[in-house]
Design a binder for this molecule. Sequence first.
Ligand code: UDP
Length: 321
Amino acid sequence: MNFLVTGGAGYIGSVVATRLLEEGHGVTVLDDLSTGHFDAVPEGASFVESKVHDAGAALAGRHFDGVVHLAASSLVAESIADPEKYHANNVVGTRLLLDALRDIGVGRLVFSSTAAVYGEPETVPIDEDAPTRPVNPYGASKLAVDQMLAEEAQAGELGAVSLRYFNVAGAYAGRGERHSPESHLVPIALEAAIGLRQGLAIYGQDYPTPDGTCVRDYIHVADLADAHLVALDVIRPGHHRVYNLGNGAGFSVREVLAAVEEVTGVELEVDLAGRRPGDPAVLVASAERARRELGWEPTRPALEQMIGDAWQVLRERAGRS
Ligand code: UDP
């Protein structure tokens, strides 16, 4: 089949595009390269450089069997400082993309949503029926799109799935995290280990967790990508369904850093800093619905494998292997 991947030059999108190609599908990547990298677009994919806002003109006359929509602004801190950007790119951009898709007759869409829609959870693990109370404009913008998709599906022919990612890590087929600036724990710790930055900070040591640092559920980017492939298969016209994607296991910031030291053999220089605004204490997924309804089973649940795969790609990029 023939699929469109918006944001396919980014970290997760380029792995989704790679996995679709590996399964024998045709892939077109649409990306404005504002944060993505052209060299991450896999060989064999067609590339369209465009904002999702301009997808109508960029995709006129093309045919796709389905779309994976990942193009978005995705920095929590930036969203607090500049909420308008998140409304414009994530909400308005998706609205215009949906209009364009309707015009070219595409009725199947997988959307990259986020655990940030849940805010500070009352209970963990978090399932899809948990209250959605985002604590930052990034989470709010993704929730607005989830709701838009549900309403659009109910009203017509669109079939959609929202995948709510927990903490994505690891690398696949040479594709790892390359954000600028980098804000995520695993790549920051690995950059410190390889000497690209001087140590790192732990944000907050007084959370109500066993060691006082935040607990997160880490999922390998290849496992995450595979969920998009099975989601494309189960979408039914007129229906919208939400799935959480995680491993159901929580690791504290200190545990992640210990695993990074173990994998790299480097002792990290760590600063103890204050809490980062907008960080909930614990985010751990219940991905039972995805297992049950999608038959999705993560095959790389070990934190050491995620860190090891990311480490290998970083070393290659830095010319150290
Ligand atoms: N974190 C940290 N130091 C860093 C980056 C992140 O202590 O340099 C913490 C952050 O406060 C959070 C956890 O690591 O508790 C995971 O953060 P990340 O940005 O990787 O993902 P998020 O959970 O915010 O999506």
